[in-house]
Design a protein around this ligand. Structure first.
Ligand code: TXA
Ligand code: MG
Length: 348
């Protein structure tokens, strides 16, 4: 593999052009927003998004925020109800992220939203971020540009410390003005404050005209490992079926399967076929050549696909636990967990 050297550029017209071509080529660009530095990838390119998760070393696939230039662009990705429209008009561009139902023809891939039917969208209020989004013309997913376990970077130096020679380009425009992440509000039913942030609850409530609930404490037993505690990774629903924190197919999953029953579907990995594979109801392979980044890019789409086969179970071949394999295994374990709370999982 070609050795990657991160280019660092000061914000300029040329830097924006280069950011656009790196994104278009499926690469990663760290750039400033008004809250913190983000690590951007083409939201419509699952392979680029898989690379982003791998570089961040996230042990699980947390859904990402899709950044766009304006409300009109956001409306191509998500369904806005009355409250969402009010909030967007009041605070965009600005440090507000809205979690909304995905629009029917949303071009953002399943990996970016971690298989969910909702999507987080945000219009940042920063000249460099705005110029990149306008130039690129497609949504850009951008988690905070830190490695998992580190705090969000507010300077280019922080980004380099975590990600040097792991990303193609870093645009330095000095410290991020706000230094704290965006406030996240879900508008999928009554508004819910998922992550406190740069915009106060009071300011939000003034705009929607009533109190905004925080998510109820997690109703179910298992907890995802969080990058930071209390950051809305676990949006337990305030109303049944409103939100859920991870994707789960209807068909039961059987993990680490080394054989397949004739009534089962097979989610394979690598070139070795498990016993009975020839008679499986259906087979998809996450990566025939055993590439974990490719497997991550295919994971949610292939699970959804096999979920429609009417199989008694989806047998999932063992996936190596190293690198991004840890995140793949984490998501598979969540998807395989028994449904303690059916209401939480009843969205398609
Ligand atoms: O200020 C910010 O929001 C920064 C800048 C770069 O824009 N971005 C940021 O992204 O903080 P990240 O990935 O570090 O945090 C996004 C949070 C995660 O906690 C994730 O679980 C949550 O948003 N999130 C994203 N999509 C979601 C969804 N569909 N439902 C619930 N939570 C979601
Ligand atoms: Mg973060």
């Amino acid at each position: 593999m070609r050795r990657l050297v991160t280019r660092v550029m000061r914000a300029s017209v040329g830097a924006v052009k280069d950011a656009k071509s790196v994104l278009a080529g499926g690469g990663l660009v760290a750039f400033p927003t008004e809250t913190v530095y983000g690590l951007g990838a083409d939201a419509t390119n699952d392979a680029a998004v898989a690379k982003l998760y791998a570089v961040k070393e996230r042990p699980s696939f947390n859904p990402l925020i899709a950044h766009v230039a304006d409300l009109a662009a956001a409306q191509k990705l998500a369904v806005f109800d009355e409250a969402a429209l009010r909030l967007a008009r009041a605070f965009w561009p600005g440090p507000l992220t809205l979690v909304l139902r995905k629009a029917p023809h949303c071009p953002v891939g399943l990996l970016a939203t971690a298989g969910l039917d909702t999507i987080a969208v945000r219009v940042p209020d920063h000249a460099v971020a705005q110029e990149i989004l306008a130039a690129f013309g497609k949504p850009v997913v951008a988690p905070s540009a830190n490695r998992s376990g580190e705090v969000s970077p507010t300077t280019a130096q922080h980004v380099l410390h975590d990600l040097r020679d792991r990303i193609e380009l870093l645009i330095n425009d000095g410290p991020a003005p706000l230094g704290i992440e965006s406030t996240i509000v879900a508008c999928v039913g009554p508004p819910v404050l998922l992550r406190p942030g740069a915009i106060s609850r009071e300011a939000l409530e003034k705009v929607v005209g009533h109190a905004i609930a925080a998510p109820a404490p997690a109703a179910h037993g298992h907890h995802e490992r969080h990058e930071h505690k209390g950051h809305g990774h676990h949006p337990a629903p305030a109303a049944p079926g409103m939100l859920r924190s991870h994707y789960a197919p209807r068909t039961p999953l059987r993990l680490d399967a080394t054989d397949v029953a004739p009534t089962e579907a097979l989610l394979a990995f690598g070139s070795e076929a498990p016993r009975g594979a020839a008679h499986a109801v259906a087979t998809l392979n996450l990566s025939p050549r055993g590439d974990l980044v490719e497997a991550a890019a295919n994971l949610f789409a292939q699970l959804r696909n096999l979920d429609t086969e009417g199989a008694t179970a989806i047998a999932v071949a063992p996936i190596p636990a190293h690198g991004i394999g840890e995140a793949i295994n984490d998501r598979l374990r969540h998807a395989a967990a028994p449904r303690e709370d059916a209401a939480e999982h009843d969205e398609g």
